[in-house]
Design a protein around this ligand. Structure first.
Ligand SMILES: Nc1ncnc2c1ncn2[C@@H]1O[C@H](COP(=O)(O)OP(=O)(O)OP(=O)(O)O)[C@@H](O)[C@H]1O
Ligand SMILES: [Mg+2]
Length: 362
């Protein structure tokens, strides 16, 4: 088989969104959620058995919605671990499988060609979590490699050495040092914080401050994405929210800043922990090359706030990836295309030696 016959796909399978990039030049992004019509009336109205993408928000009243990777945990492994009844667990598994298949379908891989994929997952995803991703992916790919998401970001940006990638997603924040080789699990830190935690905190603070204001989770996220910031600024964030059925203006500057800033402390702690493990001769180089990725990296002022906090450790340089939506998927694609064919076919069953996990499906 020649390389040309193989279609390669890089996938960033996130808690909140899944982005895909394909060797045929196509790329796309979709919400990491699956909606099923609640009953046959809803099925008739929607005209489909399964709904993906933004339509899930629009039609959510008529749908049962599952976010299979919610909270950064691949929740559908065993019902004890998942903390949900068996039927829900099966739903999550099915949702994960449908989501991967849908994401692959978005890039129109040519029919009949083998499809090889690299899928990015949170840094410290357990062996069981990786197995769950492989299960979700095995019908859509002929061969799959699971790689830590910050590594795919770094690979895509050619930052393979003396760089620390901080990927701030919805469910988790991954901190991964790049030392010129594939990072081991022990090298990395995954913090259970991200955009979801910011949204929850913002929602709680607004409800406390303005008990009469009606703020939904979705609207809280939208406000954060539009105005989210962590630095001092003169302008106020004024939003219109319903109050007893009437639209009313609220100043949410303070709760928004507090919620957005809440993740900076743990990130600095995680970063310190990682950098302290290195030979002091190299610590400064890592601190001078900090790369922020993931949707959370878009919070205004976060790069400067982190630099400010690093002054007490001798200073640091923090920059953001050029494209937080596709950096992971594009890097995963680049990794897939760089992998020699023998490497893909060598490993036929799931193997996890603390390094990458490879699986040849079927
Ligand atoms: N401009 C923005 N400002 C602040 N937060 C943002 C912005 N854009 C997106 N986000 C947040 O980033 C998070 C999604 O990030 P991303 O798409 O990297 O997550 P993910 O990869 O799906 O999650 P994970 O990596 O945890 O599995 C959401 O919480 C979203 O609200
Ligand atoms: Mg992510």
């Amino acid at each position: 088989m020649t390389d040309r016959e193989i279609t390669y796909i890089g996938m960033d399978l996130g808690t909140f969104k899944t982005s895909v990039s394909c060797s045929n030049g196509k790329r796309d992004v979709v919400l990491s959620a699956v909606g099923w019509p609640k009953d046959h009336i809803a099925r008739g109205m929607l005209g489909r058995d399964v709904i993906f993408g933004e339509e899930i928000f629009e039609q959510r009243l008529a749908l049962n919605v599952v976010r299979p990777f919610a909270k950064g945990v691949l929740k559908y492994l065993g019902k004890e671990a998942a903390g949900m009844p068996g039927a829900d667990l099966e739903r999550h598994k099915e949702a994960a499988r449908l989501l991967v298949a849908h994401a692959v379908s978005l890039v129109d891989a040519p029919a009949g060609c083998p499809v090889y994929g690299v899928i990015g997952v949170p840094s410290r995803a357990s062996v069981a979590n990786k197995q769950a991703v492989l299960e979700a992916a095995k019908d859509s790919f002929d061969a799959v490699i699971i790689a830590p998401e910050p590594f795919t970001v770094a690979f895509g940006m050619n930052c393979l050495t003396q760089t620390v990638v901080i990927d701030i997603g919805a469910g988790t924040t991954d901190i991964c040092p790049m030392c010129g080789s594939f990072p081991s699990d022990e090298d990395q830190v995954t913090l259970p914080i991200g955009g979801d935690v910011v949204d929850e905190r913002f929602l709680a603070l607004v409800r406390e401050l303005y008990p009469d204001a009606k703020l939904s989770e979705r609207r809280a996220r939208e406000i954060k994405e539009k105005y989210g910031f962590v630095h001092n600024m003169n302008e106020k964030v004024l939003v219109t929210l319903p109050s007893n059925g009437e639209p009313k203006q609220y100043d949410v500057t303070k709760p928004l800043k507090e919620a957005c800033s809440s993740i900076a402390g743990p990130i600095i702690e995680g970063l310190k922990q990682i950098v302290a493990r290195f030979d002091p001769d190299f610590q400064d180089s890592f601190l001078q090359n900090i790369l922020l990725s993931g949707g959370g990296s878009q919070m205004r002022g976060l790069d400067r706030l982190l630099e400010e906090s690093l002054k007490q450790y001798g200073g640091g340089n923090v920059r953001k990836v050029y494209d937080c939506v596709f950096a992971g998927a594009v890097g995963a694609l680049r990794l897939a295309m760089a992998m020699p064919e023998e490497h893909w076919s060598q490993i036929r069953t799931l193997e996890s030696a603390g390094k990458e996990t490879l699986c040849r499906a079927a």
